[in-house]
Design a protein around this ligand. Structure first.
Ligand SMILES: CC(C)(COP(=O)(O)OP(=O)(O)OC[C@H]1O[C@@H](n2cnc3c(N)ncnc32)[C@H](O)[C@@H]1OP(=O)(O)O)[C@@H](O)C(=O)NCCC(=O)NCCS
Length: 482
């Protein structure tokens, strides 16, 4: 990067270099051979790899070239797409490790900044390393003043996630010439800049939506305190830091920091595999996170609890979630990987009590009671038992956010801020590999076979035209129901 290196880089350039090299994943040697017999009677031997933990994996990279067959796995239920050293999930045990450390231990004794350091450098920092790292992170929280202009261009009722997609993507316009994605030191700086700027971008999205003046980060506050400061302070009053709230938020940040190859992380890796600008790749990850089956679930849970309203309605909504006649699901329940209680949900549930005890807001207490009753009812229900559907991290997150005065539309933005460290370190990990290949899945084509082109004058009219007719000027006013 062309800018002069900051204090962190001056002091650590050599000492960290060798440690960072340990974060580069090394392909293990095959531990076994699998023999596959194909419908044409041909057999092929495929190498099997065993990681430090987790099920063995059959390497099928040679399958097509040796047999002419591809594999089909929509939704990637059985497919691994990378080799990683970052995060491990045992879905049956309900276990989550960040670089080998259990999430419960980190949540209890560590901090988000420490977890960021752990992901970037592969090891936990000493006190000196941590202090210097946090100082650097805080000093990188400011954003280019011109970027603030972007916020003024959004419609006043814009969803903050829409704003985040735009402004994070726009970071690539400010940072594109002065780094080399193939240089590990540049990648490290990209990671620090991204993670440091995310809370600022999020707080500005919130404040501009409300028409509130923007608050700049301040070096006298910690990273997490700065986020609260930029979200909730006013230029007219002193800002009081509440330690219970800061600890709660710090823990939520840690719980969401990474979660191996989920939809948004895979999106970042796929976008990054084309060597696209890393900030643009993160914007792609934000779009994947937005949906209610992924990061948008925290917002959907709270809306669902409000809709259920009281405990008498629980059976009706459970029935609705079980019925296949509608697309309603019990939000905050179920997970592709966890077939047991999500360990993050346990930490979240405990934290929910401590935050509610502190804030004492009657509505939040009622919502948490409703959530507990809903969870208890679902966990006793055969439908949820048979499908191993347990509460995931998002089941209680929304209640805690609401108690912290974070508005519902900001919930998924919070997730994006917290997950930025996971996304960018997964990107760094991918970029550090010696052999990089563009991501390019295959498909089973079931469309038309090759057919004859008919000139337009010879084509028959469809019985009903499929082109919808839009009123004049509809292009200015969004979607029109026709
Ligand atoms: C997370 C999620 C997308 C995982 O999906 P998945 O691994 O693809 O699982 P499937 O969609 O194949 O679901 C398996 C079965 O459980 C059911 N199911 C899954 N989650 C359910 C839920 N929350 N409520 C009701 N039924 C659910 C499905 O309908 C399906 O039933 P079937 O076998 O009778 O068809 C899914 O559980 C879900 O939509 N949960 C709610 C959203 C949420 O909380 N997301 C946050 C994840 S951290």
């Amino acid at each position: 990067m062309s800018q002069s290196p900051n204090k962190w880089h001056q002091e650590t350039i050599e000492s960290q270099k060798s440690k960072m090299e340990k974060t580069v994943p090394i392909s293990p040697l095959p531990s076994d051979i699998a023999t596959l017999t194909l419908p044409n009677g041909k057999t092929i031997q495929l190498p099997v790899y065993k990681g430090t933990k987790g099920p063995p994996m059959i390497d099928i990279t040679q399958l097509q070239s040796k047999t002419g067959y591809f594999t089909l796995d929509p939704g990637f239920s059985s497919t691994g797409a990378c080799i990683s050293t970052m995060t491990y999930i045992d879905g049956d045990k309900g276990e989550l490790l960040y670089r080998g450390y259990p999430i419960e231990t980190l949540a209890k004794y560590s901090s988000y900044i420490e977890v960021c350091y752990l992901f970037i450098y592969g090891h936990l920092p000493s006190q000196k390393e941590l202090s210097l790292f946090e100082e650097t992170m805080v000093s990188e929280m400011m954003i280019n003043e011109k970027l603030i202009e972007f916020y003024k261009g959004f419609a006043t009722d814009s969803h903050p996630m829409a704003i985040m997609v735009g402004v994070v993507g726009a970071l690539s316009a400010f940072m594109h010439k002065d780094f080399d994605v193939n240089d590990p030191r540049d990648r490290e700086q990209i990671a620090i800049k991204l993670v440091a700027k995310m809370p600022t971008l999020a707080a500005y999205a919130y404040r501009t939506a409300l028409g509130l003046p923007i608050i700049y980060p301040n070096k006298k506050y910690s990273f997490i305190e700065n986020f609260l400061y930029m979200m909730f302070s006013t230029p007219m009053n002193d800002f009081n830091v509440d330690k219970v709230i800061v600890k709660a938020l710090d823990t939520i940040f840690m719980l969401h920091a990474d979660h191996e190859q989920n939809a948004s992380t895979s999106t970042v890796r796929i976008a990054g595999s084309s060597l696209a600008n890393p900030f643009a790749c993160i914007a792609a990850g934000i779009t994947a996170l937005w949906g209610p089956y992924h990061g948008g679930a925290n917002e959907a849970v709270l809306n669902m609890l409000k809709e259920i309203g009281n405990k008498e309605n629980i059976p009706k909504y459970l029935q609705k979630a079980k019925s296949k006649d509608n697309c309603f699901r019990l939000m905050g329940f179920g997970h592709r990987v966890y077939k047991n209680y999500d360990p993050r949900a346990k930490v979240m549930q405990e934290m929910c009590y401590s935050v509610l005890e502190k804030t004492q807001r009657a509505n939040d207490i009622l919502e948490s009671q409703l959530a507990i009753l809903l969870e208890q009812a679902a966990l006793k229900d055969d439908y949820f038992i048979q499908r191993k559907l347990y509460p995931n991290v998002d089941f209680y997150t929304g209640i805690v956010y609401e108690a912290l005065s974070i508005p519902t539309s900001m919930f998924t933005v919070m997730f994006a801020v917290q997950r930025s460290i996971g996304w960018i370190c997964q990107w760094m990990e991918m970029m550090s590999e010696k052999v990089q290949r563009i991501s390019r899945p295959r498909q089973l084509y079931v469309g038309e076979d090759q057919r004859e082109y008919i000139p337009i004058q010879d084509r028959k009219e469809e019985e009903k035209s499929r082109v919808c007719k839009l009123p004049m000027h509809s292009s200015l006013f969004g979607l029109v129901k026709v």
